[in-house]
Design a protein around this ligand. Structure first.
Ligand SMILES: Nc1ncnc2c1ncn2[C@@H]1O[C@H](COP(=O)(O)OP(=O)(O)OP(=O)(O)O)[C@@H](O)[C@H]1O
Ligand SMILES: [Mg+2]
Length: 298
């Protein structure tokens, strides 16, 4: 059975960050303990109810991809057993599948987004400007159409409560330097291409995805954070894909539809969500994990 955890509680460990989904603790030796909770955010607001097992599924999906792409790019995982750092008295079962020990890297301050399809804010941008984040595209593309080639559209990492903002590649260059900017772009596109090909064999389209990178004490670039999860990506079932309409996705669409339907103003606090919507969302995460990685947690 999956465990449910809304908020981690690890007495004696130093909590350094509580994001919308993850709780991050400092460990000795310049390491982190990252705990994916079962919190769900929609429209950038955390919902009052957890999605049982979601954090475990997220962590297992990321772990799958980190391993699968290790030949392309070093990643932040140390491979150590989480149980070795849990304080006495903490139930290991609660954390074993949802937490990882990582190297503590120096974050590159951009969200590295790869887009293979014209959807979401990219579609809006294209309709308004004929380009995507300043990158010229052919005229006459339709919603959800596959792009001639995947593109890198960086955005800023927003502070809590803010939305991320698209930025030009040049602004990334001026922020982190040309060498690092190029390395991040190249890695983003290379990993996206690899992952999209793998997912395609399993009937899933990776429409777009967000990566985060960091450098170690020797300046070596690593991929960190989460990787190719439903929270950081748009996954579409390939058999439902059709140009011109926004395809259903393997993520929060269930919850988003419900929240739109009840007319929530998208300001905190978010309303409670009925049990069937919660169960439906959990099932979507489980399906993504099973389809992409061939892993079933229950
Ligand atoms: N190996 C790492 N070294 C240093 N920082 C990391 C590493 N991996 C991830 N991070 C950072 O840890 C944090 C993880 O938090 P989390 O993703 O839950 O919340 P957030 O990014 O603040 O908000 P959001 O909920 O919008 O994602 C992020 O700031 C991420 O950049
Ligand atoms: Mg994050």
């Amino acid at each position: 059975m999956p465990t449910t955890l809304s908020q981690s509680d690890l007495p004696g460990l130093e909590l350094i960050h509580r994001g919308k989904v993850r709780d991050v603790y400092a460990l000795p030796g310049n390491r982190l303990l990252m705990v994916a909770t079962d919190r769900l955010s929609a429209f950038d607001v955390v919902l009052p109810d957890p999605i049982p097992g979601k954090g475990e599924m997220l962590t297992q999906i990321s772990n799958f991809w980190f391993e699968k792409t290790a030949h392309l790019m070093p990643n932040h995982l140390t491979g150590e057993d989480v149980r070795s750092v849990l304080p006495a008295g903490v139930d290991p079962a609660l954390y074993a599948k949802r937490a990882v020990i990582t190297k503590r890297l120096k974050p590159v301050p951009v969200e590295a987004i790869a887009r293979g399809y014209l959807i979401g804010s990219g579609w809006k941008d294209y309709q308004a400007t004929g380009a995507l984040c300043g990158i010229a595209l052919p005229a006459g593309l339709q919603q959800a159409q596959k792009l001639p080639a995947p593109i890198f559209t960086p955005s800023t990492k927003a502070a809590v409560g803010d939305h991320d903002e698209n930025v030009s590649f040049d602004s990334v260059v001026s922020q982190v330097g040309e060498e690092l900017a190029n390395a991040v772009r190249d890695a983003t596109l290379k990993i996206y291409a690899f992952a999209a090909a793998h997912a395609a064999e399993r009937g899933i389209i990776v429409a777009d995805t967000k990566f985060e990178f960091g450098t170690d004490e020797n300046g070596v670039l690593h991929i960190m954070d989460e990787m190719l999860t439903p929270d950081s990506s748009r996954f579409w079932p390939a058999d439902k894909y059709q140009v011109g309409i926004s395809p259903p996705s393997y993520d929060k669409q269930f919850v988003r539809d419900y929240l739109e339907q009840v007319g929530w103003n998208k300001q905190p606090p978010a309303p409670k969500v009925p049990a069937d919507v919660i169960a439906g969302t959990a099932a979507k995460y489980a399906e993504a994990l099973d389809k992409l990685a061939g892993i079933r947690l229950d």
